[in-house]
Design a protein around this ligand. Structure first.
Ligand SMILES: [Zn+2]
Length: 72
C-alpha cells in the first residue's frame, strides 16, 4: 500500500475522458491511498487504483481534475 499524489489535469486535456466524482471519499478493500494533486485531500482510501482504467479522471471537491500518474 502506498500514498499516491494524483496529477492535476487541465480541462483542455480532458478530451472526452470519463470523469469520476470523488466528492465523498471512496473507500476500498485494499490498495493505495490517492490524494488530490491540488488541495491534498485524500480522495480514495485503500483503492486498487493502479488496476483501474488509466484514462479515468477523478474530480475532487475542490474542483481539480486528477489522473493517476503513469510513473507511480
Ligand atoms: Zn482537491
Amino acid at each position: 500500500m502506498a500514498d499516491i499524489v494524483l496529477k492535476v489535469v487541465a480541462e483542455a486535456y480532458i478530451n472526452g475522458r470519463e470523469i469520476m466524482d470523488t466528492g465523498v471519499a471512496m473507500i476500498g478493500l485494499g490498495g493505495d491511498n490517492a490524494f488530490c494533486g491540488s488541495c491534498g485531500r485524500e480522495m480514495m482510501h485503500e483503492m486498487p487504483i493502479k488496476a483501474m482504467l488509466v484514462n479515468l479522471l477523478y474530480q475532487c471537491s475542490c474542483g481539480a481534475l486528477n489522473e493517476v500518474p503513469h510513473d507511480s
